[in-house]
Design a protein around this ligand. Structure first.
Ligand code: GRF
Length: 189
């Protein structure tokens, strides 16, 4: 059994989608959902699935508390899904190539600190790009910088709104994130 922890700071639609996807899988399961935000909707969403949750702050992340929980729960793989804090070196070293993130643009375009949610789509709109998409990548010590695992694109017609761009990108996230996680875990030992 491969045990996944998902970290999320906000709405958690990706987290819930991943939880649902692996519900009937007897080799891969979401075993923990962590958040740095006790008010985050993600906690509400996953409470329906009887998955343990943990709430922590930046200090817990930096001082080893979070790593201790991951080890105690024997977590094999960490999935970031709208998680806004930087993962410290201590956790990256213990989970080398076992932490992934999804970003709502075609990295290296529009990544880095402060580039999340509609800030990303706003930029796509301002630049007049004719496509955008998602990037799933390994996590290193910089925001949105680790090796790219997968990208999917969607074309952008003229006169789109931020809301419409966000919907297109969200559809790609729902379609691909769980499958890519499954592929990685099936390929690893
Ligand atoms: C997604 O757009 C994801 O790409 C980004 O944060 C957003 C999270 O959305 N990293 P949700 O909380 O899963 O609804």
């Amino acid at each position: 059994m491969k045990k996944i922890a998902i970290f999320a700071s906000g709405s958690g639609s990706n987290a819930e989608n991943i939880v649902k996807y692996f519900q009937q899988n007897d080799k891969i399961k979401v075993h923990l959902v962590g958040s740095n935000n006790s008010e985050a909707k993600v906690l509400d969403r996953v409470s329906r699935y009887s998955i343990p949750t943990t709430i922590f702050n930046k200090e817990n992340l930096m001082n080893g508390d979070v790593l201790a929980i991951l080890e105690q729960k024997q977590i094999d793989f960490i999935v970031l899904a709208g998680f806004l804090l930087k993962i410290p070196k201590m956790i990256i070293n213990k989970y080398l190539n076992k932490i992934i993130n999804i970003h709502p643009s075609l990295l290296p375009l529009y990544g880095g600190k402060g580039m999340y949610g509609n800030y990303v789509h706003q930029k796509v709109l301002e630049e007049g790009d004719n496509e955008t998409g998602i990037t799933i990548h390994f996590v290193n010590e910089k925001y949105d910088d680790g090796a790219i695992i997968f990208q999917a694109k969607c074309p952008l017609e003229d006169n789109l709104t931020i809301k419409k761009i966000a919907k297109k990108v969200h559809d790609l996230e729902m379609k691909f994130y769980p499958k890519i996680i499954e592929n990685i875990l099936n390929e690893s030992n």
